[in-house]
Design a protein around this ligand. Sequence first.
Ligand code: GDP
Length: 479
Amino acid sequence: QRIVVRDLASRLGVSAAELIKQLMRQNVMATITQEIPFEVAAAVAERFGFTVQRPKSSEERFLEELQQAARQPAQLVPRPPVVTIMGHVDHGKTTLLDVIRQTRVAAQEYGGITQHIGAYQVETQGRLITFLDTPGHEAFTAMRARGAQVTDIAVLVVAADDGVMPQTIEAINHARAAEVPIIVAINKIDKPTANPDRVKQQLSEHGLVPEEWGGETVMVPVSALRKEGIDELLEMILLVADLRELRAPVDRPASGIVVEAQLDRGRGPVATVLIKEGVLKVGDPVIVGAVPGRVRALMDDKGQQRQEAGPSTPIVVLGLQDVPQPGDLLMVTPDEETARRIAEERAQRQRAEQLRPTARMTLESLSRMAAEGEARDLHIVLKADVQGSLEALQQALEQLSGDQVRVNVIHAAVGAISEADVNLAASSGAVIIGFNVRPDANARRAAEREQIDVRTYRIIYEVVDDVKAAMQGLLKPRI
Ligand code: GDP
Protein backbone atom coordinates (compact mmCIF):
# COMPACT_ATOMS: atom_id res chain seq x y z
CA GLN A 1 0.00 0.00 0.00
CA ARG A 2 1.39 3.34 -1.07
CA ILE A 3 0.07 6.86 -1.33
CA VAL A 4 1.09 9.92 -3.36
CA VAL A 5 2.43 12.80 -1.21
CA ARG A 6 -0.10 15.27 -2.64
CA ASP A 7 -3.05 13.00 -1.80
CA LEU A 8 -1.78 12.40 1.70
CA ALA A 9 -1.41 16.15 2.30
CA SER A 10 -4.98 16.84 1.22
CA ARG A 11 -6.31 14.00 3.36
CA LEU A 12 -4.42 15.33 6.37
CA GLY A 13 -5.53 18.88 5.60
CA VAL A 14 -1.99 20.28 5.49
CA SER A 15 -0.08 21.88 2.63
CA ALA A 16 2.17 19.70 0.53
CA ALA A 17 5.14 21.88 1.49
CA GLU A 18 4.49 21.33 5.17
CA LEU A 19 4.19 17.61 4.64
CA ILE A 20 7.40 17.44 2.63
CA LYS A 21 9.20 19.39 5.35
CA GLN A 22 7.95 16.97 8.01
CA LEU A 23 9.00 14.04 5.86
CA MET A 24 12.48 15.52 5.57
CA ARG A 25 12.71 15.73 9.35
CA GLN A 26 12.10 11.98 9.31
CA ASN A 27 14.85 11.57 6.73
CA VAL A 28 12.47 10.84 3.88
CA MET A 29 13.16 12.84 0.73
CA ALA A 30 10.03 12.92 -1.40
CA THR A 31 8.52 15.17 -4.05
CA ILE A 32 4.87 16.12 -4.29
CA THR A 33 4.09 13.55 -6.97
CA GLN A 34 6.00 10.73 -5.39
CA GLU A 35 4.48 7.67 -3.74
CA ILE A 36 5.47 6.80 -0.19
CA PRO A 37 4.90 3.50 1.59
CA PHE A 38 2.17 3.05 4.19
CA GLU A 39 4.57 2.89 7.16
CA VAL A 40 6.11 6.26 6.26
CA ALA A 41 2.71 7.85 5.67
CA ALA A 42 1.44 6.50 9.00
CA ALA A 43 4.46 7.82 10.91
CA VAL A 44 4.15 11.29 9.42
CA ALA A 45 0.38 11.40 9.95
CA GLU A 46 0.95 10.66 13.62
CA ARG A 47 3.29 13.64 13.79
CA PHE A 48 0.36 15.76 12.65
CA GLY A 49 -1.70 14.40 15.53
CA PHE A 50 -3.63 11.70 13.71
CA THR A 51 -4.08 8.20 15.01
CA VAL A 52 -3.55 5.64 12.32
CA GLN A 53 -5.57 2.49 11.95
CA ARG A 54 -3.72 -0.06 9.97
CA PRO A 55 -5.95 -1.98 7.59
CA LYS A 56 -5.86 -5.67 8.37
CA SER A 57 -3.85 -7.75 5.97
CA SER A 58 -5.50 -10.61 4.11
CA GLU A 59 -3.50 -13.00 6.24
CA GLU A 60 -4.66 -11.42 9.50
CA ARG A 61 -8.28 -11.59 8.42
CA PHE A 62 -7.85 -15.18 7.27
CA LEU A 63 -6.18 -16.24 10.53
CA GLU A 64 -8.87 -14.52 12.58
CA GLU A 65 -11.54 -16.45 10.73
CA LEU A 66 -9.63 -19.66 11.35
CA GLN A 67 -9.35 -18.89 15.05
CA GLN A 68 -13.02 -18.21 15.25
CA ALA A 69 -13.77 -21.50 13.54
CA ALA A 70 -11.36 -23.23 15.92
CA ARG A 71 -13.47 -22.10 18.88
CA GLN A 72 -16.36 -24.21 17.64
CA PRO A 73 -16.38 -27.73 19.07
CA ALA A 74 -14.57 -29.96 16.64
CA GLN A 75 -15.15 -33.50 15.61
CA LEU A 76 -11.96 -35.21 16.78
CA VAL A 77 -10.96 -38.48 15.23
CA PRO A 78 -8.03 -40.74 16.15
CA ARG A 79 -5.10 -40.28 13.80
CA PRO A 80 -2.09 -42.51 13.04
CA PRO A 81 1.18 -41.73 14.85
CA VAL A 82 3.97 -40.10 12.84
CA VAL A 83 7.32 -41.76 13.47
CA THR A 84 10.90 -40.65 12.80
CA ILE A 85 13.77 -43.12 12.91
CA MET A 86 16.94 -41.85 14.54
CA GLY A 87 20.29 -43.25 15.58
CA HIS A 88 24.01 -43.44 14.91
CA VAL A 89 25.26 -43.90 11.37
CA ASP A 90 25.36 -47.54 10.19
CA HIS A 91 23.19 -48.77 13.03
CA GLY A 92 20.53 -49.78 10.50
CA LYS A 93 18.06 -46.89 10.17
CA THR A 94 17.71 -47.14 6.39
CA THR A 95 17.52 -50.92 6.42
CA LEU A 96 14.82 -50.82 9.09
CA LEU A 97 12.79 -48.22 7.15
CA ASP A 98 13.04 -50.35 4.00
CA VAL A 99 12.09 -53.56 5.75
CA ILE A 100 9.07 -52.00 7.42
CA ARG A 101 7.96 -50.66 4.07
CA GLN A 102 8.50 -53.94 2.20
CA THR A 103 6.88 -56.22 4.72
CA ARG A 104 3.94 -54.01 5.46
CA VAL A 105 2.94 -52.07 2.41
CA ALA A 106 0.61 -54.33 0.49
CA ALA A 107 1.42 -52.89 -2.91
CA GLN A 108 -0.51 -55.58 -4.80
CA GLU A 109 -3.63 -54.69 -2.95
CA TYR A 110 -3.67 -51.32 -4.65
CA GLY A 111 -2.11 -52.51 -7.87
CA GLY A 112 0.43 -49.78 -7.27
CA ILE A 113 4.17 -49.55 -6.80
CA THR A 114 5.56 -47.94 -3.68
CA GLN A 115 6.79 -44.46 -4.40
CA HIS A 116 9.41 -42.59 -2.43
CA ILE A 117 7.61 -39.43 -1.51
CA GLY A 118 9.31 -38.59 1.79
CA ALA A 119 6.99 -40.52 4.04
CA TYR A 120 4.93 -43.69 3.91
CA GLN A 121 2.17 -45.45 5.76
CA VAL A 122 1.99 -49.05 6.82
CA GLU A 123 -0.88 -51.06 8.17
CA THR A 124 -0.57 -53.27 11.21
CA GLN A 125 -3.40 -54.84 13.20
CA GLY A 126 -5.80 -52.92 11.01
CA ARG A 127 -4.27 -49.61 12.03
CA LEU A 128 -1.99 -47.19 10.24
CA ILE A 129 1.45 -45.84 11.18
CA THR A 130 3.16 -43.04 9.25
CA PHE A 131 6.94 -43.15 8.86
CA LEU A 132 9.06 -40.22 7.77
CA ASP A 133 11.49 -41.44 5.15
CA THR A 134 14.44 -39.23 6.06
CA PRO A 135 16.07 -40.88 9.03
CA GLY A 136 18.20 -39.00 11.53
CA HIS A 137 17.75 -36.14 13.90
CA GLU A 138 19.27 -33.53 11.56
CA ALA A 139 16.20 -33.34 9.31
CA PHE A 140 13.95 -33.62 12.34
CA THR A 141 15.56 -30.65 14.07
CA ALA A 142 15.96 -28.62 10.89
CA MET A 143 12.16 -28.82 10.52
CA ARG A 144 11.70 -27.83 14.13
CA ALA A 145 13.98 -24.86 13.63
CA ARG A 146 11.46 -23.73 11.03
CA GLY A 147 8.67 -24.06 13.54
CA ALA A 148 7.28 -27.34 12.29
CA GLN A 149 7.01 -30.42 14.42
CA VAL A 150 5.41 -33.43 12.83
CA THR A 151 6.94 -36.33 14.75
CA ASP A 152 4.91 -38.01 17.49
CA ILE A 153 7.31 -40.83 18.31
CA ALA A 154 11.05 -41.31 17.75
CA VAL A 155 12.39 -44.80 17.17
CA LEU A 156 16.01 -44.82 18.29
CA VAL A 157 18.00 -47.50 16.50
CA VAL A 158 21.02 -48.79 18.42
CA ALA A 159 23.17 -51.57 16.99
CA ALA A 160 23.56 -54.30 19.57
CA ASP A 161 27.18 -54.93 18.61
CA ASP A 162 28.24 -51.29 18.58
CA GLY A 163 26.27 -49.86 21.48
CA VAL A 164 25.58 -46.25 22.32
CA MET A 165 27.60 -43.89 20.10
CA PRO A 166 27.87 -40.07 19.87
CA GLN A 167 24.98 -39.68 17.43
CA THR A 168 22.84 -41.96 19.59
CA ILE A 169 23.24 -39.46 22.41
CA GLU A 170 22.65 -36.57 20.04
CA ALA A 171 19.42 -38.17 18.86
CA ILE A 172 18.27 -38.70 22.46
CA ASN A 173 18.87 -35.04 23.27
CA HIS A 174 17.19 -33.79 20.10
CA ALA A 175 14.11 -35.94 20.75
CA ARG A 176 14.01 -34.82 24.35
CA ALA A 177 14.28 -31.14 23.44
CA ALA A 178 11.23 -31.70 21.23
CA GLU A 179 9.46 -33.65 24.00
CA VAL A 180 8.96 -36.59 21.69
CA PRO A 181 8.78 -40.04 23.35
CA ILE A 182 11.51 -42.50 22.42
CA ILE A 183 11.15 -46.20 21.61
CA VAL A 184 14.44 -48.07 21.32
CA ALA A 185 15.00 -50.64 18.59
CA ILE A 186 18.03 -52.70 19.57
CA ASN A 187 19.11 -53.77 16.10
CA LYS A 188 21.47 -56.40 14.66
CA ILE A 189 20.65 -58.96 17.34
CA ASP A 190 21.50 -61.62 14.74
CA LYS A 191 25.17 -60.77 15.07
CA PRO A 192 27.29 -63.12 17.21
CA THR A 193 28.87 -60.07 18.86
CA ALA A 194 25.49 -58.59 19.76
CA ASN A 195 25.15 -57.59 23.39
CA PRO A 196 21.67 -56.15 24.04
CA ASP A 197 22.21 -55.99 27.80
CA ARG A 198 25.21 -53.74 27.35
CA VAL A 199 23.08 -51.43 25.16
CA LYS A 200 20.41 -51.30 27.87
CA GLN A 201 23.05 -50.55 30.47
CA GLN A 202 24.51 -47.72 28.37
CA LEU A 203 21.09 -46.26 27.58
CA SER A 204 20.19 -46.33 31.27
CA GLU A 205 23.19 -44.12 31.92
CA HIS A 206 21.55 -41.61 29.58
CA GLY A 207 18.20 -41.76 31.31
CA LEU A 208 16.53 -44.36 29.09
CA VAL A 209 15.81 -47.21 31.50
CA PRO A 210 14.11 -50.29 30.01
CA GLU A 211 10.74 -51.32 31.34
CA GLU A 212 12.01 -54.70 32.55
CA TRP A 213 14.47 -52.83 34.77
CA GLY A 214 11.73 -50.71 36.28
CA GLY A 215 12.09 -47.85 33.84
CA GLU A 216 9.69 -46.42 31.32
CA THR A 217 11.40 -46.89 28.00
CA VAL A 218 10.13 -49.51 25.60
CA MET A 219 13.02 -51.44 24.05
CA VAL A 220 12.49 -53.96 21.29
CA PRO A 221 15.22 -56.33 20.03
CA VAL A 222 15.13 -56.52 16.23
CA SER A 223 17.12 -57.66 13.26
CA ALA A 224 16.35 -55.47 10.29
CA LEU A 225 18.48 -57.75 8.13
CA ARG A 226 16.56 -60.91 9.02
CA LYS A 227 13.23 -59.10 9.38
CA GLU A 228 12.89 -60.22 12.97
CA GLY A 229 11.07 -58.29 15.67
CA ILE A 230 9.42 -55.94 13.19
CA ASP A 231 5.87 -56.84 14.19
CA GLU A 232 6.73 -56.36 17.85
CA LEU A 233 8.25 -52.97 17.11
CA LEU A 234 5.16 -51.82 15.22
CA GLU A 235 2.97 -53.11 18.03
CA MET A 236 4.95 -51.10 20.56
CA ILE A 237 4.65 -47.99 18.42
CA LEU A 238 0.87 -48.36 18.48
CA LEU A 239 0.96 -48.93 22.23
CA VAL A 240 2.97 -45.77 22.89
CA ALA A 241 0.73 -43.90 20.43
CA ASP A 242 -2.34 -44.99 22.38
CA LEU A 243 -0.91 -43.44 25.54
CA ARG A 244 -0.69 -40.15 23.71
CA GLU A 245 -4.29 -40.28 22.49
CA LEU A 246 -3.44 -38.77 19.14
CA ARG A 247 -6.47 -37.05 17.69
CA ALA A 248 -7.13 -34.42 15.08
CA PRO A 249 -10.19 -32.43 14.04
CA VAL A 250 -11.56 -33.34 10.61
CA ASP A 251 -14.30 -30.74 10.19
CA ARG A 252 -11.84 -27.88 9.73
CA PRO A 253 -10.12 -26.33 6.72
CA ALA A 254 -7.20 -28.68 6.12
CA SER A 255 -3.62 -27.88 7.10
CA GLY A 256 -0.37 -29.80 6.82
CA ILE A 257 3.41 -29.59 6.81
CA VAL A 258 5.64 -29.94 3.75
CA VAL A 259 8.14 -32.74 4.26
CA GLU A 260 9.64 -32.75 0.77
CA ALA A 261 9.27 -30.64 -2.37
CA GLN A 262 10.80 -30.40 -5.81
CA LEU A 263 10.27 -29.29 -9.35
CA ASP A 264 9.15 -32.18 -11.51
CA ARG A 265 9.75 -31.85 -15.25
CA GLY A 266 6.38 -33.10 -16.30
CA ARG A 267 4.20 -32.21 -13.36
CA GLY A 268 5.61 -28.87 -12.21
CA PRO A 269 6.11 -28.16 -8.51
CA VAL A 270 5.31 -31.19 -6.35
CA ALA A 271 5.24 -31.21 -2.57
CA THR A 272 4.71 -34.04 -0.12
CA VAL A 273 2.53 -32.76 2.65
CA LEU A 274 1.78 -34.46 5.93
CA ILE A 275 -1.78 -33.55 6.82
CA LYS A 276 -2.19 -32.25 10.37
CA GLU A 277 -5.85 -31.30 10.55
CA GLY A 278 -8.90 -31.48 8.36
CA VAL A 279 -9.23 -33.28 5.05
CA LEU A 280 -7.41 -31.93 2.00
CA LYS A 281 -9.37 -32.36 -1.23
CA VAL A 282 -8.72 -32.03 -4.92
CA GLY A 283 -9.80 -28.53 -5.98
CA ASP A 284 -8.97 -26.86 -2.63
CA PRO A 285 -7.28 -23.45 -2.91
CA VAL A 286 -4.16 -23.45 -0.73
CA ILE A 287 -1.37 -21.29 0.56
CA VAL A 288 1.93 -23.09 1.32
CA GLY A 289 4.49 -20.81 2.96
CA ALA A 290 4.62 -18.01 0.42
CA VAL A 291 3.37 -20.18 -2.46
CA PRO A 292 -0.27 -20.10 -3.58
CA GLY A 293 -2.01 -22.80 -5.59
CA ARG A 294 -5.03 -24.98 -6.14
CA VAL A 295 -4.85 -28.72 -5.56
CA ARG A 296 -4.92 -30.22 -9.04
CA ALA A 297 -4.27 -33.79 -7.97
CA LEU A 298 -3.36 -35.80 -4.89
CA MET A 299 -1.13 -38.86 -5.03
CA ASP A 300 -0.41 -41.27 -2.19
CA ASP A 301 2.72 -43.26 -1.33
CA LYS A 302 1.53 -46.13 -3.52
CA GLY A 303 1.39 -43.88 -6.55
CA GLN A 304 -2.41 -43.88 -6.51
CA GLN A 305 -4.53 -40.83 -7.24
CA ARG A 306 -6.68 -39.81 -4.31
CA GLN A 307 -9.60 -37.44 -4.02
CA GLU A 308 -8.80 -36.51 -0.43
CA ALA A 309 -6.36 -37.05 2.44
CA GLY A 310 -6.98 -36.83 6.19
CA PRO A 311 -4.81 -36.34 9.30
CA SER A 312 -1.34 -37.99 9.42
CA THR A 313 -1.56 -38.97 5.75
CA PRO A 314 1.48 -38.16 3.62
CA ILE A 315 0.24 -36.99 0.25
CA VAL A 316 1.82 -35.53 -2.87
CA VAL A 317 0.17 -32.26 -3.81
CA LEU A 318 0.14 -31.07 -7.43
CA GLY A 319 -0.97 -27.62 -8.53
CA LEU A 320 1.27 -25.26 -6.57
CA GLN A 321 2.63 -22.25 -8.41
CA ASP A 322 6.15 -22.67 -7.04
CA VAL A 323 8.25 -25.10 -5.00
CA PRO A 324 7.73 -24.59 -1.25
CA GLN A 325 10.27 -25.44 1.44
CA PRO A 326 10.27 -28.42 3.79
CA GLY A 327 8.72 -27.27 7.05
CA ASP A 328 6.33 -24.86 5.33
CA LEU A 329 2.73 -24.94 6.51
CA LEU A 330 -0.01 -25.68 3.99
CA MET A 331 -3.41 -24.15 4.66
CA VAL A 332 -6.65 -24.34 2.72
CA THR A 333 -8.06 -20.88 2.02
CA PRO A 334 -11.67 -19.87 1.25
CA ASP A 335 -10.74 -19.02 -2.35
CA GLU A 336 -7.80 -18.65 -4.70
CA GLU A 337 -7.80 -14.88 -4.42
CA THR A 338 -7.15 -15.07 -0.65
CA ALA A 339 -4.29 -17.52 -1.23
CA ARG A 340 -2.76 -15.22 -3.82
CA ARG A 341 -3.00 -12.15 -1.61
CA ILE A 342 -1.54 -13.92 1.43
CA ALA A 343 1.30 -15.19 -0.76
CA GLU A 344 2.08 -11.64 -1.84
CA GLU A 345 2.02 -10.31 1.72
CA ARG A 346 4.26 -13.08 2.93
CA ALA A 347 6.75 -12.62 0.12
CA GLN A 348 6.88 -8.94 0.96
CA ARG A 349 7.36 -9.67 4.63
CA GLN A 350 10.11 -12.18 3.89
CA ARG A 351 11.98 -9.56 1.91
CA ALA A 352 11.59 -7.08 4.78
CA GLU A 353 12.68 -9.63 7.36
CA GLN A 354 15.83 -10.45 5.49
CA LEU A 355 16.90 -6.88 6.22
CA ARG A 356 15.92 -6.95 9.87
CA PRO A 357 17.63 -9.04 12.53
CA THR A 358 15.36 -11.31 14.58
CA ALA A 359 15.37 -11.48 18.34
CA ARG A 360 17.22 -14.63 19.29
CA MET A 361 18.37 -15.67 22.72
CA THR A 362 21.91 -14.49 23.34
CA LEU A 363 23.86 -14.06 26.53
CA GLU A 364 23.57 -10.32 25.93
CA SER A 365 19.80 -10.39 25.56
CA LEU A 366 19.58 -12.55 28.69
CA SER A 367 21.69 -10.00 30.52
CA ARG A 368 19.43 -7.18 29.36
CA MET A 369 16.34 -9.09 30.44
CA ALA A 370 17.91 -9.93 33.80
CA ALA A 371 18.80 -6.27 34.34
CA GLU A 372 15.14 -5.46 33.76
CA GLY A 373 14.01 -8.17 36.13
CA GLU A 374 12.65 -10.32 33.32
CA ALA A 375 15.14 -13.10 33.26
CA ARG A 376 14.32 -16.31 31.41
CA ASP A 377 15.73 -19.77 31.66
CA LEU A 378 18.96 -20.25 29.79
CA HIS A 379 19.25 -23.23 27.44
CA ILE A 380 22.78 -24.17 26.43
CA VAL A 381 24.21 -26.47 23.78
CA LEU A 382 27.65 -27.36 25.08
CA LYS A 383 30.51 -28.71 22.98
CA ALA A 384 34.05 -29.42 24.16
CA ASP A 385 37.22 -31.09 22.96
CA VAL A 386 37.43 -33.75 25.68
CA GLN A 387 34.97 -35.56 27.92
CA GLY A 388 36.65 -34.33 31.11
CA SER A 389 36.18 -30.62 30.39
CA LEU A 390 32.70 -31.28 29.08
CA GLU A 391 31.56 -32.83 32.34
CA ALA A 392 33.31 -30.23 34.48
CA LEU A 393 31.70 -27.41 32.49
CA GLN A 394 28.25 -28.92 32.45
CA GLN A 395 28.36 -29.31 36.21
CA ALA A 396 29.73 -25.83 36.82
CA LEU A 397 27.09 -24.26 34.54
CA GLU A 398 24.14 -26.16 35.94
CA GLN A 399 25.22 -25.20 39.45
CA LEU A 400 24.64 -21.56 38.50
CA SER A 401 20.89 -22.21 38.41
CA GLY A 402 19.04 -20.01 40.84
CA ASP A 403 15.45 -19.07 41.63
CA GLN A 404 15.45 -16.45 38.88
CA VAL A 405 17.15 -18.25 36.04
CA ARG A 406 17.58 -21.96 35.54
CA VAL A 407 20.53 -23.10 33.47
CA ASN A 408 19.64 -26.07 31.34
CA VAL A 409 22.29 -27.82 29.26
CA ILE A 410 20.06 -29.44 26.65
CA HIS A 411 22.88 -31.11 24.77
CA ALA A 412 26.49 -31.76 25.75
CA ALA A 413 28.90 -33.60 23.49
CA VAL A 414 32.53 -33.86 22.50
CA GLY A 415 33.38 -32.50 19.05
CA ALA A 416 33.27 -29.45 16.82
CA ILE A 417 30.14 -27.28 16.70
CA SER A 418 28.00 -28.68 13.86
CA GLU A 419 25.05 -27.50 11.82
CA ALA A 420 22.85 -29.91 13.80
CA ASP A 421 23.92 -28.12 16.99
CA VAL A 422 22.94 -24.78 15.46
CA ASN A 423 19.54 -26.13 14.41
CA LEU A 424 18.98 -27.57 17.86
CA ALA A 425 19.84 -24.19 19.40
CA ALA A 426 17.55 -22.41 16.95
CA SER A 427 14.59 -24.67 17.65
CA SER A 428 15.09 -24.60 21.41
CA GLY A 429 16.06 -20.96 21.93
CA ALA A 430 19.50 -21.96 23.16
CA VAL A 431 22.96 -20.42 23.00
CA ILE A 432 25.97 -22.49 21.96
CA ILE A 433 29.12 -22.65 24.05
CA GLY A 434 32.23 -24.25 22.63
CA PHE A 435 35.21 -25.10 24.79
CA ASN A 436 38.42 -25.54 22.81
CA VAL A 437 36.28 -26.29 19.76
CA ARG A 438 35.03 -24.09 16.95
CA PRO A 439 32.08 -24.19 14.58
CA ASP A 440 32.81 -25.84 11.23
CA ALA A 441 32.06 -23.94 8.01
CA ASN A 442 28.47 -25.19 7.68
CA ALA A 443 27.75 -24.43 11.30
CA ARG A 444 29.17 -20.93 10.94
CA ARG A 445 26.95 -20.21 7.98
CA ALA A 446 23.89 -21.64 9.72
CA ALA A 447 24.62 -19.68 12.90
CA GLU A 448 24.85 -16.50 10.91
CA ARG A 449 21.62 -17.23 9.10
CA GLU A 450 19.76 -18.24 12.26
CA GLN A 451 21.50 -15.58 14.34
CA ILE A 452 22.55 -17.97 17.05
CA ASP A 453 24.88 -16.81 19.80
CA VAL A 454 27.96 -19.04 19.44
CA ARG A 455 30.67 -18.45 22.03
CA THR A 456 34.00 -20.18 22.14
CA TYR A 457 36.32 -20.27 25.12
CA ARG A 458 39.66 -21.68 26.19
CA ILE A 459 39.41 -21.13 29.93
CA ILE A 460 36.68 -22.71 32.05
CA TYR A 461 36.25 -19.91 34.55
CA GLU A 462 35.68 -17.42 31.73
CA VAL A 463 32.70 -19.48 30.54
CA VAL A 464 31.29 -19.57 34.04
CA ASP A 465 31.97 -15.87 34.60
CA ASP A 466 30.21 -14.83 31.40
CA VAL A 467 27.14 -16.96 32.04
CA LYS A 468 26.98 -15.79 35.64
CA ALA A 469 27.28 -12.15 34.57
CA ALA A 470 24.53 -12.60 31.98
CA MET A 471 22.23 -14.16 34.56
CA GLN A 472 22.78 -11.22 36.87
CA GLY A 473 22.28 -8.66 34.13
CA LEU A 474 25.90 -7.58 34.27
CA LEU A 475 27.37 -8.96 31.07
CA LYS A 476 29.41 -6.42 29.16
CA PRO A 477 28.60 -6.36 25.44
CA ARG A 478 31.19 -7.97 23.23
CA ILE A 479 33.27 -5.58 21.18
P1 GDP B 1 22.07 -46.32 8.67
O1 GDP B 1 23.32 -45.57 8.38
O2 GDP B 1 21.71 -46.24 10.13
O3 GDP B 1 20.93 -45.99 7.79
O4 GDP B 1 22.42 -47.88 8.49
P2 GDP B 1 22.08 -48.85 7.26
O5 GDP B 1 20.65 -49.21 7.26
O6 GDP B 1 22.66 -48.29 6.02
O7 GDP B 1 22.88 -50.13 7.69
C1 GDP B 1 24.28 -50.17 7.84
C2 GDP B 1 24.81 -51.58 7.63
O8 GDP B 1 24.31 -52.42 8.65
C3 GDP B 1 24.37 -52.17 6.31
O9 GDP B 1 25.46 -52.87 5.78
C4 GDP B 1 23.24 -53.11 6.71
O10 GDP B 1 23.13 -54.21 5.84
C5 GDP B 1 23.69 -53.56 8.08
N1 GDP B 1 22.55 -53.94 8.91
C6 GDP B 1 21.40 -53.26 9.13
N2 GDP B 1 20.58 -53.94 9.94
C7 GDP B 1 21.21 -55.08 10.26
C8 GDP B 1 20.88 -56.22 11.08
O11 GDP B 1 19.82 -56.30 11.70
N3 GDP B 1 21.80 -57.20 11.20
C9 GDP B 1 22.99 -57.15 10.54
N4 GDP B 1 23.85 -58.14 10.72
N5 GDP B 1 23.33 -56.09 9.75
C10 GDP B 1 22.46 -55.08 9.61
